[in-house]
Design a protein around this ligand. Structure first.
Ligand code: NAX
Length: 330
């Protein structure tokens, strides 16, 4: 068995964590011989839930767990972290605007950015999940001065996964045969799913998705379903997506660590992108991964409609950044 790695998870007493932690403990992400130090971080009122979770983890007898630490202090929880998964944030309630949510959550990611910078390994890979996720990831990156910005990614994989699932049902084809579908921009209702590079792979033959589904459906109903999917789940379950969100975190990290053959959606720092997205935003781009690093796909030619949607997302994220940075001014 390999020496333990340290995986820190904030919001560890919450909804998504309850799915995610079990799957990590089975070895699905890091391998069946990779032992784990789990650092579980939440806030004071959630401590009893966290203690209950730890009792359950103990009773599951996961042979990969070396040590579990639980804490409300990110400066303790992120110590020597190899991976940090930032789920912890306040949910948006009905009466809150996006600005209210930024006001509540940006300070969390400012402190956590500072803590990561001070105590995590410099090579730590960070996946930010808590909403508004793109701007929270940007805030984390701004304050994590010792951590390269490339190490901090916002989860937009669930948006991609949701669109793949819609396409799979529309085409009545297995989802694993559908490739190169991804989202641009913000994890919000403005997100844009791009099918123009997508294809169906069957018997080594690639058929462009644009030949299989009509243009009107792609730019209309399909986009709307994807934009509203999270809300629909929330209405039915009374809680936001958890199992699928945990699954998307694992997909994102598997791509990042083990590499990809096709494009995947990742919310990454926009510096040096070829699509006219201003620098210093965390933006969902089509990415490929190799040897533990991601790259923005460079050879794509967004059509006019796609460019318009990229611009819409840029404007939204510039406004989020303005609000967050203004609020956090020292
Ligand atoms: P829950 O409300 O079930 O859990 C959140 C947990 O975070 C709670 O236990 C809370 O006590 C804790 N927390 C709050 N402030 C904290 C802090 N400062 N430090 C550490 N922990 C803190 O939410 P859950 O359903 O697990 O969702 C977590 C986050 O993911 C939410 O912000 C949610 O909006 C976001 N999502 C993001 C998605 C994405 O694709 N990026 C999809 C799923 C999800 O909606």
């Amino acid at each position: 068995q390999k020496e333990p790695i340290t995986v820190a998870i904030t919001g560890a007493a919450g909804n998504i964590a309850y799915s995610l932690i079990y799957r990590i403990c089975t070895g699905e992400l890091f391998g069946n011989d990779q032992t784990l130090n789990l650092n579980l971080i939440d806030i004071e009122p959630a401590l009893p839930i966290l203690e209950g979770l730890i009792m359950e983890l103990e009773d599951s007898n996961f042979h990969l767990i070396n040590k579990i630490l639980f804490t409300i202090d990110p400066f303790e929880g992120f110590r020597d972290a190899d991976y940090a998964i930032l789920l912890g944030a306040f949910p948006r309630n009905k009466n809150q605007t996006r600005k209210d949510l930024l006001g509540k959550n940006s300070p969390i990611f400012k402190i956590q950015g500072k803590a990561l910078s001070l105590v995590a390994k410099r090579t730590v890979k960070v996946v930010v999940v808590g909403n508004p996720v793109n701007t929270n990831a940007l805030v984390t990156a701004k304050y994590a001065e010792n951590i390269p910005k490339e190490n901090i990614v916002a989860l937009t994989r669930l948006d991609m996964n949701r669109s793949l699932s819609q396409l799979s049902r529309k085409l009545t084809k297995n989802v694993s045969n559908i490739k190169n579908v991804f989202t641009w921009g913000n994890h919000s209702a403005s997100q844009f799913v791009d099918l123009s590079n997508g294809y169906l792979l069957e018997n080594s033959k690639k058929t462009p998705l644009t030949e299989l589904v009509d243009e009107e459906w792609i730019s209309g109903e399909f986009q709307k379903i994807n934009q509203m999917r999270g809300k629909e789940v929330l209405l039915k379950r009374g809680k936001s997506s958890a199992g699928s969100a945990a699954n998307a975190v694992l997909d994102c990290l598997k791509s990042w660590i083990y590499g990809t053959e096709t494009y995947v959606s990742m919310g990454v720092i926009s510096d040096n992108n070829p699509y006219n997205v201003p620098e210093n935003l965390i933006f969902s781009f089509p990415c490929t991964c190799k040897n533990g690093t991601w790259k923005i796909a460079k050879d794509l030619k967004p059509n006019e409609f796609c460019k318009k949607m990229i611009k819409k997302n840029v404007d939204e994220l510039l406004e989020e950044r303005r609000i967050a940075f203004e609020l956090l001014k020292d």
